[in-house]
Design a protein around this ligand. Structure first.
Ligand code: MLT
Length: 412
């Protein structure tokens, strides 16, 4: 028998969203007449924008002609996409990036999970808590977490609680950490970090030789233009931060798959022998070894997001989801629930009534209102007593969800 990686035994039973799917399937089998509305996993519902579809169609046609056919593309991404990213996402916000600092991939989840390969096996990893589970689980798989303790924490990781007291944006720790994962606008809490808060993190990272992994997958949902969209808007961040971006929520690419990771050339790490190494060179080595590039068709679709039509059409989709978020936020508040987020992010973070355990509230919401959300505990121990609803759905379903919530809480 093959010897296996023991660290997989340290993971909690199943990945969060498949576990939710399993429970919902079981419920639907027992209650076939129930019309279940899913506000659990943050998965887009609106069709691709016409500008994106047209660009992908044209790309397919190119591949169907001998003269314009293409095989393997550059692993890091085609220049047409890298340049669109540099110009529209970064230069427009005063940030200069080179093509070789951007790595196009097939998803932020993969980038976020793969990134930890660059860190020392005994690197101290800090996560905000609650957190997108990929950051915890990928480090646990790599042996940095250890078996979950009675407090629900992997003892090898440093947890930074995001609570109502700190408005769900933790400050830098006093303890040592080599790597900290940050996400703003935040999944799952919907909280957003200000310039001053990110500047404190950058100052801390530089003073402590730490790396920030800044997940900006939801930056397009910021409704206040003065809030930072990129960690690189903070001076000095190119020396201490990588940034994850994705087309999934910004342009409806959850099924199409395209994202990118920024690894600035100025980022250095240290080997066990004290030698300085470039993280950009390490990631380039990893990316070119294990990845053959996102598909040409998909990258043409992603580049279309930056055209005037693509910008207007994807903006309209984001506005649509944010209107859903507003309806949910107001509906939840009117039903007497304490609700956070939903103003700069497509996620609503709700304190469960009476502080009920979040999986109990999940079961109750499913049984009484046929609504699916995500239990806060699934995102980490500090998520206990909270519940996440996603604003990704049709308007009709969101309005119906609000009506069901009102009925459920009026009945109490
Ligand atoms: C979520 O619901 O948290 C996200 O859709 C998960 C993801 O982006 O992988």
């Amino acid at each position: 028998m093959t010897r296996v990686n023991d660290s997989y035994q340290h993971l909690k039973a199943g990945y969060l969203f498949p576990e939710i799917g399993r429970r919902v399937r079981a419920f639907s089998e027992q209650h076939p007449a129930a019309t279940v509305i899913r506000l659990g996993i943050g998965d887009v519902t609106e069709p691709l924008a016409p500008a994106i579809v047209a660009a992908m169609r044209a790309a397919v046609d190119e591949l169907g002609q001998r003269e314009t056919f293409r095989g393997y593309g550059p692993e890091q991404g085609y220049d047409f996409l890298l340049d669109a990213i540099r110009e529209h996402d970064y230069a427009a916000r005063g940030v200069t990036l080179g093509r070789d600092e951007i790595f196009v991939s097939d998803g932020g989840k993969c980038d976020g999970g793969n990134l930890q390969e660059l860190f020392a096996p005994d690197a101290k990893i800090a996560v905000t808590d609650p957190v997108y589970p990929v950051y915890v689980d990928s480090n646990v798989m790599a042996g940095r977490g250890g078996p979950v303790g009675p407090d629900g924490r992997h003892p090898g990781l440093l947890y930074l609680p995001a609570t109502a007291e700190n408005r769900f944006v933790p400050a830098p720790p006093t303890e040592h950490a080599d790597v900290v994962y940050l996400c703003s606008p935040n999944n799952p809490t919907g909280a957003v970090a200000t310039h001053a808060q990110l500047a404190a993190w950058v100052a801390w990272a530089r003073a402590n030789d730490a790396l920030l992994v800044f997940d900006a997958a939801y930056e397009a949902y910021l409704t206040d233009p003065s809030l930072p969209r990129s960690i690189y808007e903070i001076p000095g961040a190119t020396e201490c931060a990588v940034e994850l971006r994705s087309f999934s929520k910004r342009a409806g690419f959850t099924g199409v798959r395209c994202a990118f990771l920024v690894v600035p050339r100025g980022l250095v790490g240290r080997t066990s022998l004290g030698q300085q190494v470039s993280l950009n060179a390490m990631w380039a080595r990893r990316h070119t070894t294990k990845f053959n590039g996102a598909s040409y068709v998909v990258q043409r679709g992603a580049a279309a997001v930056y055209t005037p039509e693509g910008k207007a059409e994807t903006r309209a989709q984001i506005d649509f989801y944010m209107e859903n978020a507003r309806l949910l936020r107001e509906g939840l508040a009117a039903s007497g629930l304490a609700v956070f987020g939903g103003e700069h992010a497509p996620y609503l973070w709700i304190a469960t009534p009476g502080g009920a355990p979040s999986w109990d509230f999940f079961d109750r919401l499913l049984a009484e209102a046929h609504l699916v959300g995500t239990p806060g505990a699934g995102f980490g121990p500090s998520g206990e007593g909270y519940f996440r609803l996603s604003a990704f759905n049709s308007r009709a379903n969101v309005e119906e969800a609000v009506r069901r919530l009102a009925r459920m809480f009026a009945a109490r």
